[in-house]
Design a protein around this ligand. Structure first.
Ligand code: DGL
Length: 271
């Protein structure tokens, strides 16, 4: 592995930019390549086979860029596909499930953990299985929130509808008396305010993406593969997508916190 190689990060679309943003601040010297499968998003309602095929293609594209580490920022891909496809690739691949599950298991006091995510993520039971593997005594209540992704992308969060929908989805978590809630989808951190208003201060929200960025940083330090060991300058950031739809730059800048200067479109079906 070449210490100067870039880190690759991918997602089903723009959501993974929240993880990229975290990486930029934790590892400023690193060159980072982001791929967002914007043309085929969302993955969350798709079948397992298609999610695996798309995930393989996303990883193959990043492999062509000779990355030293791949971060799968997409919860759906991490939950449904990563374990199955990772052996095909000769690179370390970090998904979001384990980092999020580990922190949730560590932080809960009453042993009641909630997990929310897309339909595919929740159906896979990946978070619950990982949490139970860490501590079989923990209880996990999982619930899909499929309307959250469009609410975030349409910037509908100030609207009363968002609060009503979130209140409906989260009632099951309130009834169960959870004290920890895993935000198991790239988009949900942007709904933190609404979710914590509904759940109250006593429920801790776990941002899987944030924990994954920390896990990636920890991994690179543990194998002394952080670029700043050889060169302390600001890393280069490159963004690739499979389509550039209307309103893309507005949505992307909300996730990233700033505008993207240049973006390149790739034909992901070739991979
Ligand atoms: N990135 C996906 C996730 O984290 C959400 C959007 C989608 O369904 O593709 O699960």
């Amino acid at each position: 592995m070449n210490i100067n190689s870039p880190i690759g990060i991918f997602d089903s679309g723009v959501g993974g930019l929240t993880v990229a943003r975290e990486l930029f601040s934790l590892l400023p010297s690193e060159d980072i390549i982001y791929f967002g499968d914007v043309g085929r998003t969302p993955y969350g309602g798709r079948s397992e086979n298609i999610i695996k095929q798309f995930t393989r293609q996303d990883i193959s594209f990043l492999m062509e860029k000779k990355v030293k580490l791949i971060i799968c920022a997409c919860n759906t891909s991490s939950a449904v596909a990563i374990e199955d496809v990772k052996d095909r690739f000769d690179v370390e691949i970090i998904g979001v499930i384990k980092p999020g599950a580990t922190v949730a298991a560590d932080k809960t006091k009453n042993g009641m953990i909630g997990v929310i995510g897309t339909r595919a993520t929740i159906n896979s039971d990946a978070y619950a299985k990982t949490i139970k593997r860490i501590d079989p005594k923990l209880n996990v209540i999982s619930h899909p929130c499929p309307l959250f992704v469009p609410l975030v992308e349409e910037n509908y969060l100030e609207n009363e509808a968002a609060k009503i929908i979130a209140g409906n989805y989260l009632q099951v978590m309130k009834d169960a008396g959870i004290d920890t809630l895993v935000l198991g989808c790239t988009h949900y951190p942007l709904m933190k305010d609404i979710i914590s208003q509904i759940m109250g201060d006593s429920v801790r929200l776990i941002d899987s993406g944030e924990e994954t960025a920390k896990a990636a940083q920890h991994y690179l330090y543990s194998i002394t593969a952080v670029k700043e060991f050889v060169e302390k300058s600001k890393g280069e950031r490159k963004f690739y997508v499979s389509d550039v739809p209307h309103q893309f730059s507005g949505i992307a800048s909300r996730f990233l916190g700033h505008n993207i200067d240049s973006i390149e479109q790739v034909d992901i079906t070739k991979y």
